[in-house]
Design a binder for this molecule. Structure first.
Ligand code: 3HC
Ligand code: NAI
Length: 700
């Protein structure tokens, strides 16, 4: 038929097979091929029924996202039209689903008259995660099959459901063991021989009629998602379309869906979310560590130090089914650390997100020791002791002696030189940084810090480890703060300067929150605790270059014993048992006093200035990092910021956002700010270069 869609005739049943690896994406060529196959099967009088299936790993992963925004070659049929053709067929059409049927793939299946799936298949409409909505009938057919509450949950949350649940919901008609295509062909024959009626999803209406005249169902749903979906356009458009399915005839609902789809697909939000999708897949690609690089086994692990980070890291191993030995300085420290782990699991059990059985199972994978000798056979060690170079070196020296020669020794340091730590061992090639983010059992990001001597095998193994424990591992180089925190410092520094110049914490936090970050820098500081940074700044005081501007505001806040939520007060104050930041006149007055003492005439600082002063230096620092080769690509930085700091996905990460704003605009503003405020704001040479070339970070 075509290269990407084949047609065979099995004694009167036409089998149409999508053959477009890796995900049978429904790109231009596939749609053209599918149209031809459908026409041939329809025109062939010997064909009495059709089966649609996918070759390889899955039925179909949906529309080809790469083609969005590109004009289709002349004559390419739109997907909705193809699905209408399938549904309108007088000959029964059966979808034979294995692997996944997602997005447009799921919509093709919904257009079929019967859907059969293998036991391990999954179906869903994840379009919302790409900033769009199901645009090939999914918002109209799905509610007619499963009813409104389930359809909202599936479409607005982009949930994938396993076959069993899909059957219970009514998305699929049966689960079959054995060869799915054989089963579908047999089913098709039965439909023909028994003259069974054809059921078209678009013609069903009992489930949508049920919800007609109850707009509160949708209003309530919008309220429940308001916080979760803050700033995103697509989830709300999804709700509108499901509501249209209830209130409008199918043909009109489809028009609404189409219009909203077109609007979203052209939006910056969707471009950003599509960028995020591909960026996440790019991070695993390391030019000098090809996929073929051998990796070491990761059957057992150890964690050194069971404090805030070590405990969370140990949970990650246990959650992934990897036995982990936790090492501490004393039994008392172990008991304390284990107690926190237990409480963490218990909280998840009480929220019904984990069964007691699973909790027990996970805890049984965590063993404890105070003896290095017990670490002799582990495959990988993650060190998470205090942030102190001398201590880290001592620990690595001991690990080097105690662990088998093949073991990888990783450090969770957040600021120290991984190469210096590696030099304390006789296996610097097997030393690497694994920078987890707090809380380590929750946050998905791992900055994997390659040392000068980390071997390709070590890097590949640690990237594999990230995946095995459900994290997003991004490879970075050694520098102060690595990629994420180094950029964070650039942004935090400016926000403190703005306090001196005229802004207050609540104002800055509101601008950053409204931009889409989960919280502003001051609420975040209060959550994380202010004392650690204060201690580090005190240590660095002697080496701080005197000509560079330094804000003492944060130090003064700490001097008042205000370390954030844990002391009930920091940049904000907190009522007993509450995490809601309340602006505190004490801090505001303190800021005013510091401004005066340091000779600033306070001025009105506008919201746009706050955004530019905080976010442009962040981007600028990202440009320096790229130039220094400490991140592999701009999109890796985006992944770090989305997963480590909650940078809004609908903006695609700071570097993608910079392209949307325009690198030229950012460069011009940085140049002006540099003139006005000095050294810290000097535009990065790379920023200048790409601005002059009229390019963006995407072009690097
Ligand atoms: N379009 C284009 N490329 C896609 C794609 C898609 N829909 N889905 C996956 N790919 C690419 C990936 O970028 C990757 O490319 P690479 O090898 O060059 O990095 C390759 O296919 C393999 O993808 P994964 O690494 O993700 O493979 P997995 O086997 O782990 O996962 C999957 C397969 C579950 C299908 C996963 O790829 C996925 O979730 N894909 C997106 C599904 C989706 O969102 N579909 C909706 C599309 S929009 C739509 O259908 C609109 C419609 O309503 C009109
Ligand atoms: P923590 O103070 O909560 O825990 C450190 C633990 O190490 C303590 O339980 C202590 O008993 C133990 N320890 C000290 N010396 C030891 C030794 N010789 N052998 C075994 N255990 C020893 O510290 P936290 O916050 O967990 O930090 C640990 C590491 O993680 C540091 O390097 C830190 O920079 C890094 N990090 C911390 C983050 C955070 O948000 N807290 C985020 C990312 C990294």
């Amino acid at each position: 038929m075509s290269d990407v869609v084949t047609l065979s005739n099995r004694n009167g049943v036409a089998v149409v097979t999508l053959q477009n690896p890796p995900v049978n994406g429904l790109g231009f060529a596939v749609r053209t091929g599918l149209e031809a196959a459908l026409r041939a099967a329809t025109d062939d009088d010997t064909v009495q029924a059709l089966v649609i299936t996918g070759d390889g790993k899955m039925f179909s992963g949906g529309a080809d996202i790469r083609e969005f925004g590109q004009p289709p070659p002349d004559g390419t049929p739109p997907l909705p039209m193809l699905i209408d053709t399938i549904e309108a067929s007088d000959k029964p059409v059966i979808a034979a689903i294995h692997g996944v049927a997602l997005g447009g793939g799921c919509e093709v299946a919904l257009g079929c008259h019967v859907r059969l799936a293998t036991p391990d298949a999954r179906v869903g409409l994840p379009e919302v995660t790409l900033g769009i909505l199901p645009g090939a009938g999914g918002t109209q057919r799905m509610p007619r099959l499963v009813g409104i509450p389930a359809a909202l949950d599936l479409i607005v949350n982009g949930k994938l459901v396993p076959a069993k649940k899909a059957l219970a919901l009514g998305i699929i008609d049966d689960i079959v063991e054995g060869d799915i295509v054989d089963a579908a062909v047999a089913h098709a024959r039965r439909m023909v021989s028994e003259n069974l009626p054809i059921r078209r999803a678009s013609a069903l209406d009992d489930k949508v009629v049920e919800a007609r005249g109850t707009p509160e169902v949708f209003d309530d749903f919008r309220k429940t998602m308001a916080r979760r979906a803050r700033g995103f356009e697509a989830p709300f458009a999804c709700v509108d379309c499901v509501e249209a399915a209830v209130n409008l005839p199918f043909a009109e609902g489809i028009v609404t869906e189409r219009a909203r789809f077109r609007e979203l697909v052209a939006s910056d939000q969707s471009k950003a979310q599509r960028h995020a999708f591909f960026a996440e897949r790019q991070v695993t690609k390391i030019p000098d560590v090809p996929k073929s690089t051998p990796t070491l086994s990761l059957d057992t692990a150890a964690v050194i130090g069971c404090g805030t980070m070590g405990g969370g890291i140990a949970m990650n191993f246990a959650n992934a089914g990897i036995p982990v030995t936790v090492f501490e300085v004393s039994q008392e420290a172990l008991d304390k650390g284990l107690d926190v782990i237990r409480k963490n699991y218990a909280a998840t059990v009480s929220k019904r997100r984990l069964s007691q059985n699973e909790m027990d199972q996970r805890l049984s994978l965590i063993s404890t020791t105070v003896d290095y000798a017990d670490l002799a056979t582990v495959d990988v060690v993650v060190e998470a002791v205090f942030e102190d170079m001398a201590l880290k070196k001592e620990v690595f020296g001991k690990l080097d002696t105690a662990c088998k020669p093949g073991a990888i020794l990783a450090t969770n340091t957040s600021t120290l030189d991984v190469d210096e730590i590696a030099a304390a061992t006789n296996r610097p090639d097997k030393v690497i940084g694994t920078h987890f983010f707090s809380p380590a059992n929750v946050m998905k990001l791992m900055e994997n810090v390659r040392g000068e001597q980390s071997s390709p095998e070590t890097i590949a193994t640690i990237m594999k480890l990230s995946k095995a424990i459900g994290k997003v591992g991004v490879l970075v180089g050694v520098c102060d703060g690595f990629v994420g925190n180094r950029m964070l410092y650039a942004y935090r520094r400016q926000s403190d300067f703005l306090l001196e110049e005229g802004a207050l914490p609540a104002q800055i936090d509101k601008v950053i929150y409204d931009f889409g970050m989960p919280m502003g820098p001051y609420a975040m500081g209060d959550l994380a605790g202010l004392d650690v940074g204060w201690r580090i700044r005190q240590q660095q005081a002697a080496t701080r270059p005197p000509h560079l501007r330094y804000s003492t505001v944060a130090d003064h806040v700490c001097e008042l014993g205000r370390f954030g939520q844990k002391t009930g007060a920091g940049w904000f104050r907190y009522e007993e048992g509450s995490r809601t930041p309340i602006p505190d006149p004490i801090v505001d007055e303190l800021i005013l006093k510091i401004s005066q003492e340091n000779g600033f005439t306070r001025r009105e600082v506008g919201d746009q200035e706050i955004l530019e002063r905080c976010m442009y230096p962040l981007v600028n620092e990202g440009a320096k990092i790229l130039e220094e080769g400490l991140a592999q690509r701009a999109s890796d930085i985006d992944v770090i910021w989305m997963y480590g700091y909650g940078f809004p996905r609908f903006r695609g990460g700071p570097m993608f956002w910079a392209d949307l704003v325009g690198v030229q605009t950012i460069y011009d503003t940085m140049s002006r700010l540099h003139d006005e405020h000095g050294d810290w704001l000097e535009p990065a040479p790379l920023l200048k270069r790409i601005a002059e070339q009229g390019k963006g970070f995407r072009d690097l």
